[in-house]
Design a protein around this ligand. Sequence first.
Ligand code: PLP
Length: 222
Amino acid sequence: MSIAENLQHIKASVPEQVTLVAVSKTKSVSKIMEAYNAGQRIFGENKIQEMVDKEAEMPKDIQWHMIGHVQRNKVKYMAEFVSLIHSIDNFKLLKEIDKQAKKHDRTINCLLQIKIADEDSKFGMTFQEAQDILRSEAFAALNNVAIAGVMGMATFTEDTAQIEQEFKRLKTIFDDLNKLELEGSKLEIISMGMSGDYHTAIDCGSTMIRVGSSIFGERNYG
Ligand SMILES: *Cc1c(COP(=O)(O)O)cnc(C)c1O
């Protein structure tokens, strides 16, 4: 199937209120343009330099999401245009994003990445760490970042019961963080679900799915 057909197929199987992030990492501009021409406007990349290069070449009404691990010293390259950063896993990173966003007189929306997987390789914080950040004075002093929700990645496994359990945990963490009655902000986004597990994720409360290979085919440099 073509990229346009894949997109159409996914959109038809997903509730309207769920946002689809087309994960375009390693894909060429011409492949991404196929998705763009089929109406897709939100793309996710996991490397800052790659996203910056693509942003420069592509239409300006694209919303670029950073979904990969972020190194603090590279935040400055995307601060002018990035629309949502999914992968905040520590406060120092948030502070740097605030600083760089201020230079461009904008607010950058971010998600707190929560570690739900049973794998050491996955980044993210605990509920406690997320709560401590949201309640801290240091966080309250940041005026150019907004926490819009949470993100999580399930364990890479065939065990759907385990995946479901992990997604449910993220939904519970989201609900519990919202009970903190954060000043002036409400978490709205639960970013969870990829090509292999987005149906499960949606059943567990996902509001934003990040889908790559089901749109563009297997990961490669094509
Ligand atoms: C690559 C990636 C995805 C998309 O994965 P697919 O299995 O290709 O859909 C989603 N989220 C993150 C964080 C990724 O790195």
